[in-house]
Design a protein around this ligand. Structure first.
Ligand code: EPU
Length: 438
């Protein structure tokens, strides 16, 4: 039962905490190390479960992963002896992460084949992998469905190609990058995603010897090379974790300084935070996020690919919006099912209504289908404690914030899921004065 947190809410979170490297870059940079013929060094790596999962997968494939003790959060990755992993071993990792899919390109280059178990990840929609398989086929790979996963082969060296994504998927853009860098010839990718974590992955690949240019119209051009070396890189800060704590400050009427948070990748979030009425103090070492003391403002918000408002920022912010005066509208356009977590908030006293219609400024691809992907939030609502179960990583953190903001005691179940992406979150809660027991 130690997966349950008993939270006594109603106390503002106040103090300073540190965020380290972005989960959504670190895991990809670790996979990139597989492409090199020399060891790589990644710094600012957070101690989160997803890093453990990727380390495990890399080790199964013969990569020596060494954690260097010390404040730098340093990982050394030596890919000199890449081997074929046993299907059963890879399969044992199925259900724990979506990262295995990004092993395809590197493994096809190094071994000529790859096996991808049925994938896990957060329950925030169907999360299919059709785009990934389509692009791999276009590079010349042969993709075959097997009972417990997908087998992929490269009968000969993969060939650069012209690709256009139907939707600017983050993972598929990364798939293309990790596959094209060692493919023969030029690859052109249009309608690519350009999230900051992708730009940081491009920086990693460039350090390894790749030739990649990014045009203003979200087009990426990769000139394949014959070999890649290692890299030494400091991961960009986790802008999603930083925004999660910022929302916690608003929801609990608190004052949180997030050391390590960087303005550059958070501009869209910072604008919204300010429009809601939050106070910001942007410094060299981090950003201070605080509640203004008076009322918060409601607003209309749409999630989108970068440089829009990131979907991963949406769930924690919705908790803060339950405390804003008036009606807020949130239109989720990246995932069809990322508002399910609001049922628990309603159970706690929040006034939230979900709609199938696109209630933001523009119709999205989920409109006129059966997806509850718009929310109307009426505030301020008095939240009270409840028994709730964590649905997914960001939704889970949002439940935790709601429990901290609520009057009375809540039991939050399944909080182990939060360890996937929030480093030492219990320790941080303690530093911010939260009142809870595990
Ligand atoms: N999609 C398809 N087919 C595909 C791939 C994606 O239809 O083959 C759809 C998805 O179902 C979704 C949309 O495209 O509706 C966008 O998905 P995307 O591929 O961009 O997401 P991802 O690469 O699987 C990463 C992050 C997510 C983040 C999204 C969007 C990692 C490990 N995950 O996922 O982060 O929400 O990009 O920015 O980088 C999180 O950190 O909590 C998290 C879920």
């Amino acid at each position: 039962m130690n997966d349950v947190l008993t939270v006594h809410g109603g106390t503002p979170l106040v103090g300073s905490i540190q965020v380290r490297g972005a989960k959504n870059l670190v895991s990809k940079a670790m996979v990139a190390a597989l492409l090199g013929d020399e060891p790589s060094v990644l710094r600012n790596v957070p101690q989160i479960r997803d890093v453990g999962v990727v380390s495990g997968l890399l080790e199964l494939h013969g990569v020596h992963v060494e954690e260097i003790p010390g404040p730098e959060g340093e990982l050394r990755l030596d890919p000199s002896n890449v081997i074929q992993a046993h299907v059963a071993d890879i399969d044992a990792h199925a259900g724990s992460s979506r990262i295995p899919i990004l092993f395809c390109g590197p493994l096809l280059h190094r071994l000529g084949e790859a096996f991808i178990p049925d994938l896990g990840g957060c329950r925030i929609g169907d999360r299919p992998i059709n785009y990934h398989m389509d692009v791999l086929r276009q590079f010349g790979a042969v993709v075959e469905k097997e009972p417990n996963g997908i087998a992929i082969r490269a009968p000969r060296r993969l060939q650069g190609t012209k690709l256009k994504l139907e939707y600017p998927s983050v993972g598929t853009t990364e798939q293309v990058l990790l596959t094209s860098v060692l493919a023969e010839g030029v690859t052109e990718l249009t309608n690519a995603a350009i999230e900051p974590e992708i730009m940081d992955l491009i920086a990693v690949l460039q350090k390894m010897g790749a030739i990649i240019s990014v045009d203003t119209d979200r087009a990426i051009r990769i000139e394949g090379v014959d070999r890649l070396g290692g890299f030494t890189h400091r991961a960009m800060p986790d802008r999603i974790e930083a925004a999660s704590w910022a929302s916690a400050a608003l929801a609990t009427k608190g004052d949180i300084t997030v050391l390590g948070a960087r303005q550059q990748e958070m501009m869209t979030f910072l604008n919204v935070f300010r429009k809601v009425g939050g106070l910001l103090d942007i410094g060299d070492d981090g950003i201070r996020f605080s509640h203004p003391g008076g009322e918060l403002n409601s607003l209309v918000l749409e999630t989108d690919v970068h440089p829009g408002f990131a979907t991963d920022w949406q769930q924690p912010l919705v908790v803060a919006l339950t405390q804003a005066s008036g009606l807020s509208i949130v239109h989720e356009t990246v995932y069809e099912n990322r508002l399910g977590f609001t049922h628990a908030l309603s159970q706690m006293g929040a006034q939230i209504q979900l709609y199938r219609e696109c209630l933001g400024g523009r119709p999205c691809r989920f409109g006129r289908r059966n997806f509850m992907h718009s929310a109307v939030i009426s505030g301020p609502a008095k939240l009270h404690g409840a028994d709730i179960t964590v649905p997914d990583l960001r939704g889970g953190f949002s439940h935790l914030i709601a429990a901290l903001a609520a009057e009375g005691t809540s039991r939050v179940r399944g909080i182990g899921l939060i360890d996937r992406g929030y480093e030492h979150f219990e320790q941080k809660l303690q530093m911010l004065g939260a009142n809870y027991e595990r």
